[in-house]
Design a protein around this ligand. Structure first.
Ligand SMILES: [Zn+2]
Ligand SMILES: [Zn+2]
Length: 263
């Protein structure tokens, strides 16, 4: 499996992806908003885009579909429940569905509601798994819920699915928000030395050559995986004095998501 992270350079800081089979040159484009760049990368590598996949229905993820499909004849894949929100879906996906790219690549669809209620993440069946997580999980952050999602569902996705993946899993998010998100982590957990060091390393990084984190690293620097941290809970109590002595993880997650909305 070859993964190409395509930095769009737009105001929303989107990352698009091409996933190619090294044997056949067939490729899948994930959320190819910058269709010109995605088509140019595919042409440069000698790849043929045969599938387009949308992680979810927001315009900054679907906006390049028509141009890529017109240029390549690719089929369109998205969450089965997105059929009324994304025009022209050829294959609706549910949890556990396997998507093949060429002869060698297999990607498994995870049903990951929260950012929206029809959001899929893709997990590669490779020795080192890779997770293409759209707007569900970001480097050091979590997707917002004000475009059709729900924080309680997002918590369930984080705790019930993402946190259980192997620590070595490579994380490929839909946007480059790492600097802001690490600053939020440090606002919530000022004694997080790992986050402080990482911010010094990636602050001002070239998004064309962005850090690819792992789930193990996210568990250390992403507040939304640090729901039992005494510092996170103590800081949260300053904002929410009614927080119980030993708040459950879901309550902590939802309060953090609320604070992040106005960060
Ligand atoms: Zn979105
Ligand atoms: Zn987005």
């Amino acid at each position: 499996m070859i993964v190409e992270q395509v930095w769009t350079g737009n105001a929303y800081r989107n990352f698009n992806y091409l996933i190619a089979c090294p044997e056949t040159g067939e490729a899948m484009a994930i959320d190819p908003l910058d269709h010109e760049k995605c088509l140019a990368v595919a042409a440069d590598r000698g790849w043929r885009i045969t599938q387009v996949l949308n992680t979810h229905e927001h315009d900054d993820h679907t906006g390049g579909n028509a141009a890529v499909i017109a240029a390549t004849g690719a089929t369109l894949l998205a969450h089965a429940n997105a059929k009324d929100k994304i025009p022209g879906i050829d294959r609706g996906l549910g949890a556990g569905d396997v998507i093949k790219v060429g002869a060698t690549v297999e990607l498994e669809a995870l049903d990951t509601p929260g950012h929206t209620m029809s959001h899929v993440c893709l997990l590669s069946h490779t020795d080192t798994p890779a997770l293409f997580c759209g707007d569900t999980l970001f480097n050091a952050g979590a997707g917002n819920c004000h475009g059709g999602g729900h924080p309680a569902e997002l918590y369930q996705t984080f705790a019930g699915q993402l946190a259980k993946l192997p620590d070595a899993t490579l994380i490929y998010p839909g946007h480059d928000y790492i600097t802001n998100n690490l600053e939020f982590t440090l606002d919530r957990e000022p004694d997080n030395a790992k986050a402080k060091n990482l911010l010094a390393d990636v602050g001002g990084q070239d998004p064309d050559d962005a850090l690819v984190s792992t789930l193990g690293l996210e568990k250390e620097i992403n507040t939304f995986f640090r729901l039992h941290s005494p510092s996170v809970i103590a800081r949260l109590r300053e904002a929410f004095p009614d927080l119980p002595d030993a708040p459950d993880a879901e309550t902590v997650f939802i309060k953090l998501r609320e604070l992040r909305n106005s960060w």
